[in-house]
Write a protein that binds this ligand. Structure first.
Ligand SMILES: Cc1cc2nc3c(=O)[nH]c(=O)nc-3n(C[C@H](O)[C@H](O)[C@H](O)COP(=O)(O)O)c2cc1C
Ligand code: SF4
Length: 431
C-alpha cells in the first residue's frame, strides 16, 4: 500500500491499483506540473470524447451514481434548442457538505487543475459559455483561486463561488439557486438543472471527482478506464474511511474491491466490526453482512444500501442505536427548514431515536419510528428526508437486538456512556 500525507489528509491506494486521481506528491499541483503530465490537452472532437465517456460507463461520484454521458448529452441537446439566446452552463460541485467525506476537498486543494481541466472538457462537450467551481472549504477556494490565476488564457469564463458549508448546500438545485439568487437551499423539481438551471439555461452540475475523471478519459480512453472496476461500476473511486477508532484515510479503490480487503488495508479486524454507516450519512447503516460485500454500486444496491459519495464509517465499539440517534439529530439541525414533512419528520425521528438511545422509548415510539421511516420516504424538495428514513429503517431492520436492548435498558455498547457526536465520524474538523 502506498501512503501519503497531504495537508491534513492521509491518502492511500491498495497494492496493484495505479491511482488516477490521488498523487504521491505532497501539496498543490501547479500548472507547470499538471501540463507536464499531459494536462490541458487540446480537445478537437468533443463528440468523440462524449462517445468515450459513454463507453467508459462513468457514473457520478456525488452520490446518485447517475451516468455522466446521459447528463452531458442532455445538456448539450437542450442547449442546442436555445442556441440563439445563449449557451449552456457547467458547475463543478465541490461543496462536500457530507461530514464523513474529504475526497472533494482533497482534490480541490491538491489537484485544482485536474478539476478545472475536467470542467473545461465538460464545458466544451455541452457548448457552455459559463462555468462555476462551487465550494465551501476555504483552503479549497484558495487553491482554485491560485490555479485560475495561473492559467494564461481560458477558453471559457470560470467563476469561483464560495458558500457557507451545510449538508444541503451541495444539493444540485441548491447550488443553482446559490448562483442565481445567493441562497444555497434546494428548490422543487422539476425543473432539474439539466432542463433549466443557472439563468434558466440547461446546466450540468457534476461532482468534482466525476469531472476529474474526464482528463484521464481524454488521454487514455474508455477501455483503459474500464481496466479497473466491474462492468457495471467501472473505474476507481475515492473512499473516505472513518470510524473504528482510527484516523480517517482517503483511499482510491478499484470498484468491486472486497470490503474485507479494505478493512485489511485500514488495519481493522473483521471480528471487531458491528456494521458500517454507508455513503456518508445518506445510505443508512449496514450490519455485519457488509463483510460479504464488494464495494461496487450493484452489490450495494442488492444489499439495499449505496456507495453514495464513497464515505464509509466503520462501526466497531459504538452502539448502532446511538450512532443512528446522532445522525438523525444532525439531519434535524441541518435540514433547510423549507418543507414541513422534512423539518417535522426529521425532528420526530431524531426525538424517537434519542429517546431510544437514552432508554426512555416505548415499543409504541419504536413502531412510530418504523412508520415514519416508510411514510416520509420521497417527501420534501430534496433527498435529505430519504437519508433520514434510510438511517431509521436500517437501524430497525438490521439491528433488532440492539434496539431491543435499548427498550430493555440493558445496552452493553452504551455503557458507561452512549456515543454522542454533533457530526458523527467527521473526517476533518469542521471549520
Ligand atoms: C442533501 C443533498 C446534499 C448533496 N450534497 C452534495 C455535495 O455536497 N456534493 C455533490 O457533488 N453532490 C451533492 N449532492 C448530489 C447533487 O444533488 C448532484 O446529484 C451531484 O452534484 C451531481 O454530480 P454527479 O452526477 O457528478 O454525482 C447532494 C444531494 C443531496 C440530496
Ligand atoms: S427536504 Fe428538507 S433539506 Fe430538503 S429542501 Fe426540504 S426542508 Fe430542506
Amino acid at each position: 500500500m502506498n501512503t501519503t500525507q497531504s495537508t491534513t489528509i492521509t491518502t492511500a491506494t491498495p497494492p496493484g491499483c495505479t491511482p488516477r486521481l490521488l498523487t504521491e506528491r505532497a501539496g498543490r499541483e501547479d500548472l507547470a506540473a499538471y501540463r507536464q503530465a499531459g494536462g490541458y490537452a487540446p480537445l478537437t472532437d468533443p463528440d468523440a470524447l462524449l462517445s468515450e465517456v459513454e463507453a467508459s460507463g462513468l457514473v457520478g461520484r456525488g452520490g446518485a451514481a447517475f451516468p455522466l454521458a446521459v447528463k452531458l448529452r442532455t445538456v448539450r441537446d437542450n442547449g442546442r434548442l436555445i442556441a440563439e439566446t445563449g449557451g449552456t452552463v457547467v458547475v463543478a460541485n465541490g461543496e462536500e457538505g457530507e461530514p464523513a467525506s474529504v475526497k472533494d476537498r482533497w482534490l480541490l486543494r491538491n489537484r485544482p487543475h485536474l478539476i478545472l481541466d475536467g470542467l473545461r472538457l465538460a464545458a466544451t462537450i455541452v457548448g457552455a459559455d459559463r462555468a462555476y467551481v462551487y465550494v465551501s472549504d476555504p483552503e479549497s477556494a484558495h487553491s482554485v483561486e491560485i490555479a485560475l490565476g495561473e492559467i494564461d488564457s481560458q477558453p471559457i469564463r470560470v467563476e469561483l463561488l464560495t458558500v457557507q458549508p451545510g449538508y444541503v448546500a451541495g444539493e444540485e438545485t441548491a447550488a443553482v439557486r446559490m448562483i442565481n439568487e445567493g441562497l444555497a437551499k434546494p428548490t422543487d423539481k422539476p425543473p432539474r438543472p439539466f432542463e433549466a438551471g443557472v439563468d434558466d439555461r440547461p446546466t450540468l452540475v457534476s461532482n468534482v471527482e466525476t469531472l476529474a475523471n474526464l482528463p484521464y478519459l481524454q488521454r487514455h480512453g474508455a477501455a483503459a478506464f474500464r481496466a479497473e472496476g466491474t462492468s457495471l461500476s467501472p473505474g476507481t473511486f475515492l473512499a473516505t474511511i472513518t470510524g473504528a477508532g482510527r484516523a480517517p484515510v482517503l483511499y482510491e479503490l478499484p470498484h468491486g474491491l472486497p470490503f474485507t480487503e479494505l478493512l485489511a488495508l485500514h488495519g481493522v479486524s473483521p471480528d471487531q466490526v458491528r456494521g458500517v454507516l454507508m455513503g456518508g450519512y445518506f445510505a443508512g447503516l449496514l450490519d455485519r453482512r457488509v463483510l460479504e460485500t464488494n464495494l461496487d454500486h450493484e452489490t450495494m444496491r442488492r444489499m439495499g444500501s449505496g456507495l453514495g459519495c464513497g464515505a464509509i464509517s466503520v462501526i466497531t465499539d459504538d452502539c448502532p442505536v446511538a450512532v443512528a440517534a446522532s445522525v438523525l439529530a444532525y439531519f434535524d439541525r441541518e435540514n433547510a427548514g423549507q418543507c414541513g414533512s422534512c423539518f417535522n419528520g426529521t425532528a420526530a425521528m431524531a426525538a424517537a431515536a434519542g429517546a431510544l438511545r437514552d432508554g426512555a422509548a416505548t415499543t409504541e415510539d419504536v413502531e412510530r419510528l418504523r412508520r415514519w421511516s416508510v411514510l416520509l420516504r420521497g417527501r420534501g424538495a430534496c433527498a435529505t428526508l430519504d437519508a433520514a428514513t434510510n438511517v431509521a429503517a436500517t437501524l430497525l431492520d438490521q439491528f433488532p437486538d440492539d434496539v431491543a436492548a435499548h427498550l430493555g435498558g440493558t445496552c452493553q455498547g452504551c455503557s458507561p456512556a452512549a456515543f454522542r457526536a454533533d457530526r458523527p465520524y467527521e473526517a476533518e474538523a469542521h471549520a
